[in-house]
Design a protein around this ligand. Structure first.
Ligand code: BG6
Length: 486
């Protein structure tokens, strides 16, 4: 049951995420009449803005980041009227008093959106609590990074739990807000024909790729302390693994779905230090050309030497009955050849080919779920090439195509944050990450990092605009598997 709050408090209200995503998303919800009537939004950050100045700031962000066809003067005006502002220094306890005053009465419900450095979480929660912004009617949304290893994530979770029990804590993984990611559930559990082959008998391997063309952007301070494993694998890629690998939940609700995902995380095989060099590859981008444009190396952008990985490839295993022996190949990187998020499910080959050698090579079926930039689902199947075939029937791999882009062409694709902010405001936890999930994710990640340390592994250089270090190709080729679409 949805239970909307009357107020929203946005920390980090002047940051990059707020400008690009949060403000445009809240505006989108407002323009479509989806925000509760009278919902006020108090922005908060270090800068000293008046309400008026913050409204100007927000207007500029909307001008810059809203698509033209979404700009509507009246709607923008109405949206800006919801906005208020109060400066805060999270590390200064005394600045919470004025904030509480500005927010005012929270008996009608308050949702807080907190995105801050892990080191400030505890101070933020203590501050909120001390001024009465953590009671029964208040819920909190937490943006990553939620720590940098299991110990620090536990500390954050403990600190949060003092003010906010789990049912009022909403941990954000924006991948879960993406339509195409939710579509994995629709595909798997809304159709009958995948499920019988969705296991070690039917599937040979699973590949998950999140490739980006962007580099460091303006996030050197954060990224240097994170690296690709923490930034992308611990959260987004593992969530995709869970949606692919989980058992069918009984209901579409927060408890049922998160129970099943958590079981997958707990079933991830922990890597031993001996396995790390063979089962993982790390890389760091050097110079190169991305989409025809020459770009600098990571260390040049950073301005100093670094051993932070901007690419990682991993051979992972889900140790349970369904997935025994099925490798999950995972990879993500910055400055790669193309922007592409994709899941490729490679099915087992037919047990016997009646076509002999004459038919050409039979390719095992593959299901490709392209999450972005395009949205499609493709099943690669063998078909007969037209012809008289006097020397034997000829087969060729062809795609059965479901283009979500064209099938749902008239429907606007919402930003992931629209969905997540609305769920936070209305109190639906289904698409948020539960504490046991996060901690199991970190446990698995920490084992990998321990292996890197034990073996003194350093990232291998790869050219910007490539698909990562060649060792990443060798990682699958050793098993006779080729990364889809290289
Ligand atoms: C963020 C990472 O969580 O996800 C970024 O911190 C990354 O490094 C981003 O660029 C990718 O998100 P999307 O939605 O563009 O795939």
């Amino acid at each position: 049951t949805r239970n909307p709050v009357a107020k929203l408090l946005l920390f980090g209200a002047t940051g990059d995420l707020a400008q690009r995503m949060l403000l445009p998303s809240l505006y989108g919800l407002h323009a479509d009449g989806l925000l509760p009537d009278g919902l006020t939004i108090t922005g908060s950050a270090r800068s000293a803005y008046t309400d008026e100045a913050y409204r100007d700031f927000a207007k500029k962000a909307l001008d810059e980041f809203l698509p033209e066809d979404r700009k509507d003067e009246a709607a923008v005006g109405g949206f800006l009227e919801r906005l208020f502002y109060q400066a805060i220094d999270l590390s200064d306890h005394s600045s919470f008093g004025p904030l509480a005053e500005k927010v005012g009465d929270v008996s009608g419900g308050l949702a807080i959106y907190l995105s801050t450095a892990p080191s400030l979480f505890e101070a933020a929660i203590t501050g909120l609590e001390s001024v009465g912004l953590a009671g029964e009617t208040v819920r909190i949304g937490l943006e990553k990074p939620l720590g940098y290893d299991l110990a620090s994530s536990r500390e954050i979770n403990d600190a949060v739990a003092v003010g906010f029990p789990e049912e009022r804590t909403f941990r954000i993984d924006h991948y879960l807000g993406k339509e195409t990611v939710q579509n994995i559930l629709a595909l798997r559990f809304g159709n009958s024909f995948f499920e019988p082959v969705w296991n070690a008998q039917g599937i040979d391997n699973v590949q998950i790729t999140i490739a980006e063309t962007v580099g460091l952007e303006e996030r050197a301070g954060y990224y240097e302390t994170a690296g690709a494993l923490r930034d992308m694998v611990q959260n987004h890629i593992l969530q995709l693994v869970a949606l692919i690998a989980m058992e069918p939940p009984a209901r579409f609700d927060g408890t049922a779905i998160r129970d099943e995902k958590a079981k997958v995380f707990r079933s991830l095989r922990l890597m031993t230090p001996e396995e790390a060099p063979n089962c993982t590859v790390t890389g760091q981008y050097g110079e190169g050309a991305v989409k025809g444009e020459i770009v600098h190396s990571y260390t040049d952008e950073l301005g100093k030497p670094s051993t932070t990985e901007t690419f990682v490839a991993i051979k992972a295993h889900v140790d349970n009955w369904r997935w025994q022996g099925v490798p999950f190949y995972l990879r993500t990187g910055k400055r790669m050849a193309a922007r592409r998020s994709e899941i490729a499910i490679q099915f087992k080959p037919v047990p016997h080919s009646m076509f002999g050698n004459r038919g050409g090579l039979l390719q095992p079926n593959m299901l490709i779920i392209r999450l972005q930039p395009e949205e499609y689902v493709q099943l690669l199947v063998m078909a007969k090439e037209p012809g008289l075939d006097r020397e034997g029937i000829r087969l060729r791999e062809v795609p059965l195509n479901l283009s979500l882009d064209s099938e749902f062409a008239g429907t606007r694709r919402r930003i992931a944050y629209e969905r997540l902010l609305l769920d936070l405001i209305e109190g639906d936890q289904t698409l948020f990450v539960r504490r046991d999930e996060v901690e199991a994710q970190w446990t698995w990640v920490d084992a990998i990092r321990a292996g890197w340390t034990a073996n003194g592994m350093k990232p291998k250089a790869y050219a910007s605009g490539s698909w990562g270090p060649s060792a990443a190709i060798a990682l699958t080729e050793r098993d006779g598997v080729t990364w889809q679409d290289d």
